[in-house]
Design a binder for this molecule. Structure first.
Ligand SMILES: [Zn+2]
Length: 377
């Protein structure tokens, strides 16, 4: 049974003041940078003006782990809020989701109003039923996937993103592209998820480079903010694929930021899914449709798919993202030593389940090795 659901009310620009009457007591989840830079005042000023109590939990780290979630649950239970507002990048939103999830599962909290305010354009976490938590000791990233994780409201204010440095803009933007492409070719895609993914791909094509070269271009920033959210709607319903399964494993082992890990792997995973090196698969037709969206179409389906694959690698070069795992600074012996573990994690990752081409451990190893040396057909 196919389902398409968008529960989150999406508000553009400064929408927090419009919902203050629904908030009595707010638990604000953020990261230390948002507090030290004063950006958190976007939320706290609003709460101060309303005179309503609030508490800031800002211990969220780059790849939030179980210990951050446990501390967040304890802090939230102590405060007893009726609303959770998360303010930050994907890590802050994912951490807030996990805190609410575990507090509810352990019956320490009931249903709370959940408002997400993203300050990067990347994870689409503000509308998705996904949250990724890292077990640092075991170098594993776990995607939690549950309908209860979807925020009630997302505030998409592009003015919050203009201060993101070019490297963050690139990493997060490439994550958006990967979400849209993986959702578009996923085994669970449908006309509704396609609509969201197609628009996201077009917005990335039109606006990502503009955001990268001119961070203050507000029109481009809003375009990428919307692309991130639309790609989130697409993959929240259609799922992701092998690219994310492998990126979670690669990122957890070698501390490569999530979006960058996706960008490094994207051409090699697409090449595997399309069967470009051996026998073409039915997925090649979907990549040919991506080629049309990106204005890379050629007279043959194989060539159109190859154009997408090769252009995606040139894209990484433009954004100064490494085009192979080796170029990302991973030493060959460390890579080989981690390969079995990474392969097992990628195979078991819940994202891999909706990949359009079924894959064995041996297939994943081959893709990892091609991505290590940067080998494309
Ligand atoms: Zn992602």
């Amino acid at each position: 049974m196919g389902v398409f659901s968008v529960k989150t009310k999406i508000v553009f620009e400064d929408g927090l003041s419009s919902v203050l009457d629904q908030i009595q007591k707010a638990f604000i989840v953020s990261d230390p940078f948002m507090v030290s830079s004063g950006k958190i005042s976007y939320v706290t000023d609003c709460m101060e003006q309303s005179g309503k109590p609030y508490k800031v939990f800002s211990d969220v780290t780059v790849d939030p782990g179980i210990e951050v979630v446990t501390a967040g649950v304890a802090s939230m239970i102590e405060f007893q809020p009726d609303t959770v507002i998360c303010f930050g990048g994907g890590a802050a939103i994912d951490a807030a989701k996990a805190v609410m999830y575990f507090a509810e599962k352990t019956q320490q909290a009931g249903k709370l109003l959940f408002i997400a305010i993203p300050t990067t354009s990347g994870t689409g976490s503000e509308v998705s039923r996904f949250s990724v938590i890292t077990d640092k000791e075991r170098s594993i990233k776990y995607p939690l996937i549950d309908d209860s994780l979807v925020p009630d409201m997302a505030i998409l204010d592009a003015s919050l993103v203009t201060s993101a440095p070019p490297s963050i803009t690139a990493d997060t933007g490439v994550d958006v592209l990967t979400h849209a492409i993986e959702a578009f070719v996923s085994t669970s895609h449908n006309d509704f998820t396609d609509a969201a993914a197609e628009k996201a791909i077009k917005l990335v094509k039109d606006y990502l480079l503009r955001c990268y070269t001119n961070p203050d271009d507000l029109e481009a920033r809003q375009g990428m903010h919307n692309a991130s959210c639309l790609a989130g709607i697409a993959f929240s319903n259609a799922g992701l694929g092998l690219n994310h399964g492998m990126a979670h494993a690669l990122g957890a082992h070698f501390h490569i930021p999530h979006g960058r890990a996706n960008g490094i792997l994207l051409p090699y995973v697409m090449s595997f899914n399309a069967g470009c090196a051996e026998k073409l698969t039915p997925t090649v037709n979907r990549y040919a449709q991506v080629a049309r969206l990106m204005e890379l179409e050629s007279s043959s389906i194989r060539q159109s798919a190859l154009n997408v694959i090769r252009t995606s690698r040139r894209y990484m070069e433009k954004f100064h993202i490494p085009t192979s795992i080796r170029a990302a600074g991973v030493n060959e012996s460390d890579f080989e030593a981690a390969l079995d573990d990474m392969t097992a994690s990628a195979l078991a990752d819940r994202c891999t389940a909706s990949n359009p081409r079924t894959c064995t451990a041996e297939d994943i190893k081959t893709v990892f090795r091609k991505a290590y040396i940067g080998k494309l057909p």
